[in-house]
Every structure is written in C-alpha cells, then in structure tokens.
Design a binder for this molecule. Sequence first.
Ligand code: DX5
Ligand code: ZN
Length: 227
Amino acid sequence: MIIAPSVLTADLSNLAVACKQAVDSGLDWLHLDIMDGNFVPNLTFGPPVIKSLRNALGEKPVFDAHLMVSNAEDCYMDYIDAGCNHLSVHIEAATHIHRLVTAIREAGASVGVVINPGTPVEGVLEILTEIDLVLVMSVNPGFGGQSFIPSVEGKIRRLKQAIDDQVSNGGRPVQIQIDGGVKAHNIGEIASWGVSNFVVGSGLFNDKASVAENLQHIMSSYEQYNG
Ligand code: DX5
Ligand code: ZN
C-alpha cells in the first residue's frame, strides 16, 4: 500500500521543507496538486516550482502530478519535463482521453485517470488497458481539508471488480488511488474496498502533530483494520 502525501495543506511557503518531512518519514510518492484556477476554483503551482522541488529533493521521490487543469492535452509534457514520474488527468477535462493517456505513456511517464465524485466509473473502463492507475476523488477537487464522500464506495467496488477481471484475463493490474478526506479513522475501511494508494493531505500536514506522528497514527489504524 502507498500513502501519497498531498502537499496542498502543507506550509506552501516552505514547500521543499514539507516534502522533505514526508520523504524523511519514509513516504516517497509525493502527490502534487496542480490547480489552474479554471478547472477548479483554486490556483497552486506548476512546472517551475516542480523543477525546483526535483532539484531540492533529488531523483528518488515519485512526483505524482494530479492535473486539475483544463488544458492537460496541451501542457502534460511540461510536467514530465519538470520532473514528474506520474501524471493523473481528469476524464472530465479531456476531449480525447484515450489519446491523452497513450501520449503520456509514450512520453515515458506512468499515467492515471481521475474521476470526480459525480462522474460514473464506466468511462474509465473503456481505457483500463491503457492506464496504470485510477484516481477516485472522494471530495470535489480544489481544496484540502474537506470531508470524505462515502458514496464513492460503490464506484470503487465496481472498479476493483473490473480490474480483477482484466488481470484474470491476462491484462495489466491497475492501482486504485483515493484522494480527499482520507484519515486514520477511515483508511482501513477504504482499503477493504480494494484501494491500495491513499492520498493524504491534512491528515498528515496539520498543526496537531508532526508528519511522522500523524503517519504513525494512520498506519496503526490501517493495520488494526486490515490485520
Ligand atoms: C483536492 C486534492 C487533494 C487534497 C487532499 O483537490 O486533489 O489531494 O489536497 O487533501 P485532504 O487529504 O486534506 O482531503
Ligand atoms: Zn489530489
């Protein structure tokens, strides 16, 4: 299982320091929330900041860019050139999603498709053979610190069944990543639905405890639930 820290709720005035706290806690899949102020009502950072982060953090950490942007089909290469290893693109923001995911893969990055809470999973099933990950949004994108939307459970279970069917027919495995409102109190149950990659923002970066202490709490809850 992977805990992917979302640095959105970290101290963005010290972004590299926040990322280093996560990496030093053993988390080397960093979830970078890219927002353009158009696809979502918030604006964060882009390729120049990512390039600086890559220089500061070295080559080891996986940079997972969650592209909450309206023009991913035009700008995806900028994120790969800036040092991202994985790009997740919203199905809601792509005119030609099949062409986009195959282009990202051909450019050498791993690729995920993101679906918002109101988006049916069926669209993703048509391209399940072309992707490495499905990112199921459990909040409406744009902000950290929101509450988990429990109705995504059914969607996740249907997606897991489709992936299991694909694998049993000799196809590639596909990770299910969840994003939004994941905390110590719900991570165990979410894992039981078939999720193996958990984006956690405010559950790790908050003023209650350090990243390491928060991570320990999350992991012990996960292990308690999943034995
Ligand atoms: C929301 C982002 C999420 C968010 C997660 O648009 O995609 O990654 O930052 O933050 P929490 O874990 O606080 O909901
Ligand atoms: Zn995200």
